[in-house]
Design a binder for this molecule. Sequence first.
Ligand code: 5GP
Ligand code: MN
Length: 351
Amino acid sequence: MTDRAYRQDPSVQILDALTRAKSLVCVGHVSPDADCLGAALGLARAWSLHQNRDASVWVSEKSIPARLRFMFEIANVRNANEYDLESADRIAVVDTSQPSRIDLPKNATSSIDGNPRILNIDHHFTNTCFGDLHWIVEDASSTCELIYEVLRGLSYRIDPATAALLYSGIYTDTGGFSLPNTTANALHIAADLTQLGVSPSDVAERVDRSVGVPQFELMKCIYQNTRTQENGSIAYSTISYDDLVRSGCSPSDIDDQVNVPRSMAGVTIAALFTEVEPGQIRINLRGESNTEVSGLAQQFGGGGHRQAAGVIMSGTLQCAVERIVNAAVNMLHQKSNQTNAQKQTCESSGH
Ligand code: 5GP
Ligand code: MN
């Protein structure tokens, strides 16, 4: 496909580095999502098929959500071991904004900054540009969109399995082509990947319509525990460690369930608080109607995208809820005060 409305080009250095590498290990972020897995697995698969050399992925097995395990089956890429990590010519870090978020053993993440073997491809605006080479495109829908461009730039053939991996990342990071990052470019690429052999209904069935009983039980609990505040503009739910264990889920199954409180009309900030282990709370934050939540996450040491961010906090579930919800309320008050002040300025100046 050549006739697209707009195109992002990866740098020649990135393409060159991938062409010259003799071995490649792809890694993503902790608590991997479909974009991170699709980008790492898709790049590793296409690279090894084309270069006819060894590529592997480093992903902590127990951190993979059950609904995304199919991605490993279709990728057919082997898991890296410690030796692969130490000896790889290049380590491609995808969909990850900063070294501390990389899903690698702690001793390996300390030497990431300025590491000449690291190649960093990502779409987080908070990316700290670590490593040797980086290609960061803030307005890309997903990292899978960028991997597609890399594969195109390298003139690799994209086989149906690679296409399905990349499509899965674009599909999920755009919320099933429903979020503000659903650009014409993302849709063009999805269409091209479909022509290359992806079945959109198969992907949607795998990621949206294959919920197991434990995950379904957890959803019931999330609906049950959903609360609203500020006339419904803030909606959040909680999962205690007991709830998690009772449902039969593991912490890795927390993925996109924040969509439950987010789905209510009028919500501008949605949050899901999960006690992933006693005293350890993971918070998923989402902003609707142009409301940014990255600042909210950063206040508590987290980060992410403008409208999809996260935090990890120590303490009780109740304490985490109080801290985050109070900060969210303050943020909305400040926003509404600013809007009122702007209106008054316009009215008094006669506009
Ligand atoms: P999720 O809520 O799906 O876990 O994460 C939403 C976005 O925020 C993703 O891009 C994810 O990588 C990022 N994110 C989640 N938790 C953290 C965190 O603790 N720190 C940073 N820097 N980013 C996070
Ligand atoms: Mn992503």
